[in-house]
Design a protein around this ligand. Structure first.
Ligand SMILES: [Zn+2]
Length: 392
């Protein structure tokens, strides 16, 4: 080897040592989180997210530090509190949409509204955060097809037909009726309407029958915005291998959530035991809170968070990447993404506890041999491709 070549090699190594820095790789990627419930905090607690908050999982400062580029805010209508359908559910959805749509006015230096993949690329290039919306559970369409377009016009770009309580037209993975309920004719017309408008169909939370009815109805690729793999954590809320194959076959994306209950084997059962043990404690906190029902829920969740931290095993980002690995080995790196469920869960991963820790996901992916191109796909590239396809 000539001296000149050696010099060149050394220079190249220096160059690659800089560009291979995990944090730089992370920052170069467009990072899109498909699901966070910060919306309800913004509305119910009237949070100012311009400063670093002492609690919760998300604010502008931590989102910036975590290298996030786009956030899908969940428009979540809790069925028991706000009615599974009807005027109450629509009002609750509209209020949350107004809060998200108001972000650019409140924080013009940080947020811009986005509805397309081009919007996300443009906003990220300008160094801002893109705010998008997804409707979690179809309660707010109130069993009327025209409401799908109403929410689309308001900026909503995905919808899951049901959350933990089945709708009349779609089964949930979480209740008894969902064990046998799929999509009825109206449900199928909702999926076709979403296809027509260019709204992504989200299969997170739906029953197995609903999942397969969606696969057989949707003419466009679909998404799971925040789910894990049953092959690792066998809970109804997760996807089995056949489902993951079906999503990939249609060109869709499975976004893995960051919640230990659906990542760590056995965690969800342990949590159920703890839930039974702390039921009276949770009830007491709810009764002692005299403000609105929203604050009562916050009080209950606070007790759960504290008790889970004390009583349940910790899980790390490594377990999350086990799920990503599983999907990649099954169908390839083109069909996986992320959806944190931040501010919607009462326990997070030790080293991915808030949005600020997002670079730890990239570090773990690189440690396992994923390339920068793979990381870009997983963090947001695959979702951008899907959005463009569904927009057509
Ligand atoms: Zn959810």
């Amino acid at each position: 080897m000539t001296k000149k070549t050696e010099t060149t090699v050394v220079a190249d190594q220096n160059y690659s040592a800089q560009t291979d820095d995990p944090l730089l790789i992370h920052r170069r990627a467009i990072a899109i989180d498909m699901h966070a419930d910060t919306t309800q905090r913004l509305l119910d607690e009237q949070l100012d997210i311009s400063r670093r908050l002492p609690d919760g999982h998300f604010d502008n400062v931590r989102a910036r530090d975590g290298g996030l580029d786009a956030q899908f805010f969940s428009i979540w209508v809790e069925p028991e509190l706000f009615g599974a359908g009807g005027a109450g559910a629509m009002k609750r959805a509209d209020e949350q949409i107004a809060v998200v749509r108001g972000l650019p006015d409140r924080y013009p230096e940080t947020w811009e509204l986005a509805t397309t993949s081009e919007d996300i690329r443009r906003i990220a290039a300008a160094g801002k955060l893109a705010a998008l919306m997804g409707l979690e559970g179809g309660y707010a369409i109130d069993e009327r097809l025209e409401n799908v377009e109403r929410y689309y016009q308001m900026g909503v770009r995905y919808m899951s037909p049901a959350w933990s309580v089945s709708t009349s037209w779609a089964g949930s993975s979480n209740d008894k009726v969902g064990q046998t309920r799929g999509l009825n004719d109206f449900g199928k017309s909702v999926i076709r309407e979403m296809n027509r408008l260019g709204m992504m169909v989200d299969v997170s939370h739906v029953s197995d029958q609903t999942f397969w009815d969606i696969i057989n109805t949707s003419a466009k690729p679909i998404i799971a915005t925040h789910s894990g793999c049953r092959a690792i954590a066998d809970v109804p809320r997760n996807l089995d291998d056949e489902m993951i194959r079906a999503i990939a076959k249609g060109g869709g994306v499975v976004c893995v959530l960051f919640y230990p209950a659906f990542l760590e084997p056995g965690w969800d059962n342990k949590k159920k035991k703890v839930d039974a043990e702390i039921a009276s404690l949770v009830q007491k906190a709810s009764e002692e809170e005299l403000r609105s029902i929203a604050y009562k829920k916050i009080a209950r969740d606070r007790v759960r968070r504290e008790q889970y931290a004390d009583r349940l095993p910790r899980a790390s980002v490594s377990r999350l990447v086990d799920h990503i690995d599983h999907i990649v080995k099954l169908v390839g790196v083109e069909y996986v993404g992320v959806g944190s469920d931040f501010d919607g869960v009462q326990s997070t991963l030790t080293d991915l506890a808030t949005v600020e820790d997002l670079p730890n996901l990239t570090r773990e992916l690189l440690r396992r041999g994923y390339t920068e191109s793979d990381v870009q796909k997983i963090l947001g590239g695959n979702v951008l491709r899907l959005m463009k396809e569904v927009q057509k």
